[in-house]
Design a protein around this ligand. Sequence first.
Ligand code: WTA
Length: 636
Amino acid sequence: MSTKIKTFVEYQQQYELSISNPEAFWADKADSFVWRKKWDKVLEWNFEDPNIQWFINGKLNITENCIDRHLSTKGDKTAIIWEPNNPDTPVRKLTYNELYLEVSKFANVLKNNNVKKGDRVCLYMPMVPELAIAVLACARIGAIHSVVFAGFSSNSLADRIKDSKVSLVVTSDGAYRGNKSMGIKKIVDEAIVSCPTVEKVIVYQHTNEPVHLVEGRDVWWTEEMNKVSSTCEPEIMDSEDPLFILYTSGSTGTPKGVLHTTGGYMVYVDYSFQNIFQVEDNSVYWCTADIGWITGHSYLTYAPLLAGATTIIFEGVPTFPDASRFWQVIDKHNVTHFYTAPTAIRSLMSFGLEPLENSKLDSLKVLGSVGEPINEEAWHWYHNHVGKGNCPIVDTWWQTETGGILISPLAGITPTKPSYATLPLPGVQPIIVDTDGNELLGNNVEGNLCMKFPWPSIIRTTYGDHERCRQNYFSTYKGLYFTGDGCRRDEDGYYRILGRVDDVINVSGHRMGTAEVENAINEHDDVIESAVVGYPHDIKGQGIYAFVICDNTTKNVETLRVEITNVVAKIIGPIAKPDRIQVVRGLPKTRSGKIMRRILRKVAEGDISSLGDTSTLLDPTVVDDIIKGALVPLKA
Ligand code: WTA
C-alpha cells in the first residue's frame, strides 16, 4: 500500500511532484495494487472531446484489490459491520474471508442468471451488506453496476433502467427506515412494466413482507446462493473498462449516467481515502451515506475495502429511535472515523446537547463532512460537541463526476478552517475563472471553479451520450473541466466552496435539477407552467421553492399544494418535494420568453432590496404580484 503523507511539508513536496510530473507521481501510487498486466502508458488526455485514459492497457480486477489481496494478512479482520435500523436487531459482521465467499458466490449467481461482462445490472436495495456484496459481485465479473437510491420513485427507477438498458435488477422485499417499513420490490415491479430489457430480478428477503414473484423472471437471493460454488475467478478488466454508472442531476433535462472506469478510479479513491482520513489498521470507519450516492460508492464501499479497513453500513436514520442514535452507534462500535453530511449535523444540532449526554464519543479521532457547504455554526458544533475539540474535521469537496475527493484537509496534517475545504489533493489542479473564462490569479479571488488537468477518477462519459458529457462539463470554458460550483480562494490560498452557480440545487446534500422538479410539477393536470429555485434553509442547506401558474382558479390553494407535492413524490421521489409552493398568475419573463430566475431567487430568499431593472420584462406587474403573495417575510 502506498505510503501516507505524514507532514505538511511532505504534502507540499508531494503536491509539487504531482504537478511537475503527474505521470511518474500516479505510476508510483498505482504500483501498490495488484495488476494482472502492467499499463503501457500512464495517461492520455484531452478536454476537447473529451478523451481521458489512465493506466492504458493495464489489466486488473478491482475486487482482487478490495478483497483477495488482503486475505493472507487480514482474512479474519472485520471488513463490514452492519448496524441495523432497529438497535435491538443483532449486528452483523463480515470478515474479509466471509466477504470473499459472499462476493464470489453472488458473482456466480449473476453468471447463472446470464449476466456477462459489460452488461448493466441495476441495484435498488436498502442499506444491507448484500448491497455492497452485489456491487462487488458485479465488479468481480465485469458487469457495470448502476445503483439507484431506494428513495427514488418507480418512475425515476424506470428512467434509469431504460437509459442504460439494464438486463438484471437486484432488489429486496422491503426496507426499514426509522419506525416505518416500505415495500421495495413493488416499486421495482411498477418500474419494470415499462422496461423490456429487464430479464431477471433477484430478490433479497429482508423484511419478510409478502411479495409477488413473476414466474420465469424473479428469483430469491438465498435460493440462488445455495446453487453456486464459492469460488469465482475475477474477470480480467482493462483499466478503462467501465466499472459503474451512477445517475445524477444536472441543470438540464433528465439525470445523466456518470460513467466511471476501473483502474484510475481504484487508484484515486484509495489514495485520497488513505491520505484524507489517515485510517490505521485498528480504525473503525463509519460513513453514513447511502450506497445509492457517490459517497457510498467511493468512501463507504470501494476505498475502505481497498485500504483493508473496517467499514460500517448503517441501515437507519439519525433520529431513530431518537436523536442520540449516531452517538450511540459511535460508542457501540468504537468508531474512530466518522463521515457525515452537514444536513445531518444541523438537524441533530436542533435537538440540543441532551442526546449527546449519555455517549462518551472518546473513540473518535477524525470527523468528516461532505455533500454541501458546512456553515461555521455547524462546523463548530461538530468540532466541539462531537469531536470534543480533539478531532480534525475534513471538509471534503467533490462530486459524482470527480469520483473521489479533490479538495480537503488531510486529517491532522494540513490545516483546517471552518467552512473551508482548504487545499487541493496532490494531483488536483483547481483554477478559478471569471464568467468569461479568464483565470483569476493570486489569492483573495472569487469565481467559478474549474480543473485544468485530469485526475485518475474523473468522469469518462455520460452513458450513451458522450456529447452531453462534453457540453455539460467541458464546453463552458475551453480546455477546462467546469464543476458548476462557485468558489473563493482566500488570502491564505484556501478554497471555500460557495455552492452551485448553475440550475442545480443541493437539498440535504442531494443534488436536484430545477428543470427536473419543474417537469414533475408540470405533470399535474392543473399546472400550466412552473419555475423552481433554491433558497437558504436552516437544516436542509437549500429548500425548494416552486412558483406555479395554474388554470383551475376555483381549486383551494392548500389542496393544490398537497396534490402537486404528491405528484413530485410520485415522479421523482420524496426527496424532491417542494418546501414552498406559491401559486402565481405569471412568471417574470423577458420579451424573448426567458424566465428571469434571478428575480425569483431573490423573492425566495426574502431579499427584494436589489431586484434590478424589471422594466425590460414582458409584464413587470407580475413581479409586484409575486412579491405580494410571497411565502417568506421580505426585506426591502
Ligand atoms: C456540493 C457529493 C461544499 C457541490 C460528493 C458539488 C460541496 C455537489 C461539498 C456535488 C463540500 C459537495 N462543500 N459543497 N465539502 N461537497 N458539495 O455529485 O455543490 O452529490 O458540486 O457529490 O455537492 O454533489 P454530488
